[in-house]
Design a protein around this ligand. Structure first.
Ligand code: 6SD
Length: 224
């Protein structure tokens, strides 16, 4: 419903460069052109009553069908299954993705059931529409496309390497507003640095993401 919402993110930084270099292509479809009647209406009141409006199935169906290359269809909804890095890894290997962005209280379930392959949520909070979620997916997928990032080593789902969170990072100056960087990082001892980083990742994961920690290999190993 708001194609302009996507403009600047799609023109900025590495996503903008990937599109400019034709490494990826993103076509934005304005739902309004498929709206009903002279007002190009996209929504109607919910059957059964209740507050808010629901997006009608037919304009969404026509918008999806207007896409020339058939693709894997993803719909964003707070009630979708939680989006994971492995979904992005999988989608990065698919030639054509169709990302459907609803607004209002949601979309007619018949559209979701008959024309969508996967319904996903980018987190347990409520947005106004799917556009921000689509942008998150575009960033997460585009960075996996070969040639987009300079260094392919940084592409291996690094935040979820071994199922652990990343360690804290520091750069110059070595002392900032009276706060020094951890001594070990300026020690030059790479064995100790590696061990420190591993411990930091484990501690962070345990305290910040007990859900990830419970699934990690470390958690279940007898040495920790
Ligand atoms: C009706 C939407 C589409 C409204 C959403 C997705 C997540 N994770 N939270 N909220 C959302 C998506 C909300 O259009």
């Amino acid at each position: 419903m708001f194609p302009e919402y996507l403009e600047s993110p799609l023109a900025t930084s590495l996503v903008g460069k990937a599109i400019a270099d034709a490494v990826v292509e993103v076509d934005v479809v304005d739902l309004r052109q498929f709206g009903a009647g002279v007002h190009r209406t996209l929504d109607d009141a919910p059957f059964g009553g209740g507050a808010g409006m629901v997006m009608m199935a037919e304009p969404l169906a026509q918008a999806v069908e207007s896409v020339e290359e058939p693709g894997h269809r993803v719909l964003f909804a707070a009630a979708g299954s939680p989006l994971k890095q492995e979904d992005l890894d999988r989608w990065a290997g698919i030639e054509h993705l169709v990302l459907v962005c609803g607004r209002y209280e949601g979309v007619d379930e018949r559209f979701a059931d008959s024309m969508v392959d996967e319904e996903v949520s980018i987190g347990d909070y409520v947005l106004l529409g799917g556009e921000a979620a689509a942008l998150a997916v575009i960033e997460g997928v585009v960075r996996l496309v070969p040639g987009v990032l300079g260094n392919p080593e940084s592409v291996v789902g690094e935040s979820y390497r071994d199922g652990l969170l990343e360690e804290p990072q520091f750069t110059r100056p070595a002392e900032w507003r009276g706060i020094a960087v951890p001594d070990v990082l300026v020690s030059g001892n790479h064995g100790e640095i590696d061990a420190w980083r591993r411990r930091q990742r484990e501690e962070r994961t345990r305290s910040r993401r007990p859900d990830l920690w419970a699934q990690s290999d470390d958690e279940s190993s007898p040495t920790t």
